[in-house]
Design a protein around this ligand. Sequence first.
Ligand SMILES: NC(=O)c1ccc[n+]([C@@H]2O[C@H](COP(=O)([O-])OP(=O)(O)OC[C@H]3O[C@@H](n4cnc5c(N)ncnc54)[C@H](O)[C@@H]3O)[C@@H](O)[C@H]2O)c1
Length: 376
Amino acid sequence: MGQRQGAVVRVEVSAVAAGQVDPAFWAGKRVFLTGHTGFKGSWMALWLQQMGAEVTGFALAAPTDPALFDVARVADGMASTIGDIRDAHALEAALVGAEPEIVLHMAAQPLVRASYDDPVGTYATNVMGTVHLLEAVRKASDVRACIVVTTDKCYENREWAWGYREDEAMGGYDPYSNSKGCAELVTSAYRRSFMVDRGIALASGRAGNVIGGGDWATDRLIPDILRSVAAGEAVIIRNPLAIRPWQHVLEPVSGYLVLAQALWKDPAGAAQGWNFGPRDDDARPVQWIVERMCAAWGQSARWIHDDSMQPHEARYLKLDISRARAELGWHPRWNLNQALNSIVSWHRAWLSGVDMHQYCLQELERFAGAGLAVAA
Ligand SMILES: NC(=O)c1ccc[n+]([C@@H]2O[C@H](COP(=O)([O-])OP(=O)(O)OC[C@H]3O[C@@H](n4cnc5c(N)ncnc54)[C@H](O)[C@@H]3O)[C@@H](O)[C@H]2O)c1
């Protein structure tokens, strides 16, 4: 299924070759989205709604308070089911009942440090939850394309300076990263064993550390910075030298949308794993981000290094996005400075009581204005 090493398999679809999200494609499509109450899922749901897709969501309640899901009134434009992907029957009933044509699987326990506290729960959600999702997809009659969202951390991290390519070994040091490597292997096995015969194009998307307005998760850099600077406190940083592939949340979300279009139109070429990382020079150390965020916020924002013993976290992690560029035509739109500025503006808007549903739609248009079409 398009897994030829070293060869370029260009997806011959005009809109996809241009790497653009195509609103005409999405208008009226029935989409089943897990994790719609989360940070990335809420942005995905808003974008799909904006293009006229019929969206059904399945997830636990929003994982934070406040949450983008509530602040941007995401539920208003979709059918939202609160449920647990560890419950195979509930997930199957919701998915089969929604009669989706496209399935996007984003629900997960997504935090490294939480995975040290609850490895069993992390594997149950991220691995068996993915198995349950793919079992339900097998039983639904109309699904043509399915994307399992994993992470850059799914790769066996060699702590080297080069970006990881799609065909490199899965691994993962900590339970979160490893659970996502396992979810990749599950996806690959289901693709070969069941999906090809059923005409379902199954792919996975591996993104970097996403940042953007509306993320209130604990133990994530940008929310931690914003919480501290807004309270007038020093930002406490654990790993200032750790390098991550930072990207605005709409970058991988656009990648998943472009990939789904490709899966629909060229299943044989597109049903594989894809990296959706940032430009190479946006893989920056934590310290670089903190200093720019503090400068953008102003008002004497400052940070200090917490050098107490911390659980292991990878130092170097980069994604090679050559394949998505060459074969899907997808590429990052915003550089890191644009992304950081947009986050500070988003957060200030929220603090000042702006209608954040409208603000998020405008944010989508600002992003689309850089080359992606969004329906009026
Ligand atoms: N945020 C990042 O930097 C990042 C980077 C790479 C990959 N990802 C992946 O993107 C996806 C979305 O991440 P996010 O940042 O939006 O996380 P998030 O915590 O904001 O959202 C997670 C979503 O999954 C749902 N969920 C969790 N456990 C569930 C369960 N047992 N049953 C049903 N729903 C459950 C939550 O309710 C929520 O809707 C995840 O798969 C994550 O691993 C995130």
